[in-house]
Design a protein around this ligand. Structure first.
Ligand code: 8YV
Length: 314
């Protein structure tokens, strides 16, 4: 049916998005771990694929869907999409930038405060009855006046910097190249950048260029009073090195919304009070998730109407 083009929903999708897709398309749901060599013909005829951050789209799924024209992502990050392969096959790719920026930036700032001020550990202390029994709270570090290093000053990095400007002692950033659209202080060398930061907030896009950018050397440059916050991708930090640095007190703490192999979280982190752990919820507000879904639908609509894509990556 040409009025309801066949599409694939890859993995379970956010319900509001799934409903929006059902209204306009013939939706075939394919599990993220499905055997791609055995897809039924109806599925193989799909003209669009809707996927999200942690699943993305491999070369294999693109090859398994010979009529694929568009990959519409329910995420700003496209590190799990084989972009070169999509380009070669002339498959367009869209993502959901901007609409989630404020909520992800808010979570980054929340994690910074929670980590430095021991909010999660103190919450556990109150709940356990320790406070009522007269136990004293350990004194924490402070946020005000600290030097905030943004690793990856893009849209989300900027939003974080703007939020922290009233309280930070300094705001610096590291990108591969200096940004042209900002007055924030650029530090070209990553080790210098870490040395000059009291807190590093990771806001870079993931992917191979950024893989394990934060390694043991960077963590030691950040130092024993330093904290790290990550709302981007777990792959940007060498997670084993992070666990060791935290365990040995070579950095002070970490606030993590993302991990190398989600939903797996390294066992050692679960027992550390200097670590605040979140289940990759940066964009998970009612507001952002609805706006992301609407943007996925708008990109699909534009594609099938022969109009310019709203937020193209490829
Ligand atoms: C997730 C994200 O993709 O936008 C991104 O890049 O990481 C998140 O928004 C979202 O949880 C959907 O899976």
């Amino acid at each position: 049916n040409t009025n309801r083009p066949p599409i694939v929903a890859y993995g379970p999708l956010y319900p509001y998005l799934a409903q929006g897709l059902e209204r306009r398309f013939t939706v075939h749901t394919v599990a993220a771990d499905a055997d791609l060599t055995a897809l039924p013909t109806a599925v193989r005829n799909a003209r669009a694929l809707v996927s999200f951050g942690s699943v993305g789209a491999s070369a294999a799924i693109m090859d398994a869907l010979p009529r694929l024209e568009l990959i519409a992502l329910f995420s700003v990050g496209y590190d799990q999409v084989d972009i070169d392969h999509a380009r070669q096959k002339r498959i367009r790719v869209t993502n959901t930038p901007d609409v989630l920026t404020d909520d992800v930036a808010d979570l980054a700032v929340g994690l910074l405060y929670a980590t430095i001020r021991n909010i999660a550990a103190n919450d556990r202390m109150v709940r356990s009855g320790a406070w009522a029994r007269g136990e004293k709270t350990a004194l924490s570090g402070r946020v005000t006046g600290r030097r905030i290093g943004i690793l990856g000053l893009g849209r989300i990095g900027h939003a974080i910097a703007r939020r922290l400007e009233p309280v930070a002692g300094d705001i610096l950033y590291h990108n591969r190249r200096a940004a042209t659209d900002t007055a924030y202080r650029y530090v070209a060398d990553p080790i210098d950048f870490a040395r000059q930061s009291d807190a590093i907030i990771v806001a870079t896009s993931g992917g191979p260029e950024a893989a394990k950018l934060i390694d043991a050397t960077m963590l030691d440059a950040l130092g024993p009073d330093g904290v790290i916050v990550n709302i981007s991708r777990g792959s940007v930090i060498d997670e084993d090195a992070l666990v060791v640095a935290l365990a040995e007190g070579r950095i002070a703490g970490a606030g993590l919304d993302v991990f190398a192999a989600e939903p797996h979280v390294p066992q050692a982190l679960l027992a550390m009070d200097q670590v605040v752990l979140q289940p990759h919820q940066g964009s998970a507000t009612v507001h952002s998730r609805a706006a992301m879904a609407d943007l996925v639908l708008a990109n699909l609509h534009a594609h099938f109407a022969g109009e310019a894509l709203v937020t193209p990556v490829v």
